[in-house]
Write a protein that binds this ligand. Structure first.
Ligand SMILES: [Zn+2]
Length: 347
């Protein structure tokens, strides 16, 4: 049986988390209680609940005879092939799920006492877990208007406001700028963001149609790519050359998210390669969407741990330390993009 974790003695703060998770058995009990909420530990190979806990090895042993009869809490999670102890992993998850502007590998290295290279690896693994939330439904179902907007992010930590004149004229962000599109459901207060290669009508409207219920109100700026949305939506836009707000028609909610995103990128990450951008986007969207979590930091942490438990590292060859060929990287991104329902990510 997995032990029950009582809400009263689980940590509420970073300092509390570091103290609480300094004990490996406490880590195992915590993750087990989330992974098997009914308290029944199941063999990851055959799903049998007939297992014994070998407390001296901190592993379980399935009573059915098959390969990999013994398993640790890490099997089938993003921690599986890592030699690092959960006493390092869990405080790292706490930091990354709750730090407002993101965590750098340097900060993580200092906070939990691993090398910076290890910290970098851990951050990427955890961000990966944060991508796997589900979006079964489209936005706008609650009737709340949807704000759609795009922005450009500098490939090398230089961020540029999309309303800059030059961009409006050329219609591009210039060399080294990455295009990001976002949707905000004002009713739920949640965003979905995605790194795109262009802002052509087909691309932007395709994202809106894939993510927003037909008939919903959609607010945008005057970008020509949004023209024609009124076939399927109640489309209203503001012309930013003249006004930023007309009644409730504005994209200030998305603007707010962009400024948080850019502050995070600028303050934390020295350089975000375009290849990694979607992870940073997902991480920031996760934090934004969970910002009003009823259980605060502890609740957000638990959400990430739950996702960690359902994430297999074997699909994620691209996440191993870097150094793979570009082709493999691309294959990894595509595989990831094809998977359904990512948190904070357009489908
Ligand atoms: Zn088994």
């Amino acid at each position: 049986m997995a032990k029950n974790i009582s809400e009263t003695n689980t940590p509420k703060t970073l300092a509390g988390a570091i103290r609480f998770f300094s004990d490996e058995q406490a880590c195992i009990d915590y993750v087990a209680a989330i992974r098997w909420p009914d308290g029944e530990v199941r063999c990851p190979s055959c799903d049998s609940a007939e297992v014994n806990y070998l407390s001296n090895q901190r592993r379980w042993k399935c009573r059915t005879k098959h390969p990999k009869q013994q398993f640790s809490i890490k099997v089938g999670t993003i921690f599986e092939d890592s030699p690092l102890s959960l006493t390092k992993w869990l405080p790292a998850v706490w930091l990354i799920s709750n730090c407002k502007n993101g965590v750098s590998s340097l900060e993580l290295h200092r906070a939990i006492g691993v090398t910076q290279k290890t910290a970098w690896f851990m951050l990427h693994r955890i961000r990966l877990a944060m991508q796997n939330g589900t979006f079964e439904t489209k936005m706008g179902g609650g009737g709340g208007p949807i704000e759609a907007d795009e922005t450009f992010i500098g490939g090398k930590s230089r961020n540029m406001h999309k309303h800059k004149r030059a961009e409006k004229i050329t219609g591009t962000g210039g060399a080294g700028k990455e295009l990001v599109m976002g949707l905000l459901d004002r009713e739920s207060g949640k965003v979905r963001v995605k790194h795109l290669t262009n802002r052509k009508r087909k691309t932007l409207q395709g994202e809106i149609r894939a993510n927003v219920e037909a008939g919903a109100e959609v607010f945008t700026d005057e970008l020509a790519s949004y023209l024609g949305l009124d076939e399927d939506y109640v489309h209203e836009f503001v012309n930013h050359a003249e006004e930023y707000v007309r009644g409730n028609v504005h994209t200030n909610g998305m603007e707010n998210f962009w400024s948080l995103l850019k502050r995070g990128l600028k303050g934390t990450y020295v350089s975000v390669e375009p290849f990694h951008l979607f992870r940073y986007l997902d991480e920031q969207a996760f934090r934004f969407n969970e910002r009003k979590h009823e259980d605060g930091d502890a609740g957000r942490f638990k959400e990430v741990v739950s996702e960690v438990c359902g994430t297999s590292p074997h699909l994620q060859a691209t996440d191993r330390q870097g150094g793979e060929s570009t082709r493999r990287r691309d294959a990894g991104v595509n595989a990831k993009r094809q998977r359904r329902g990512k948190r904070g990510k357009l489908k």
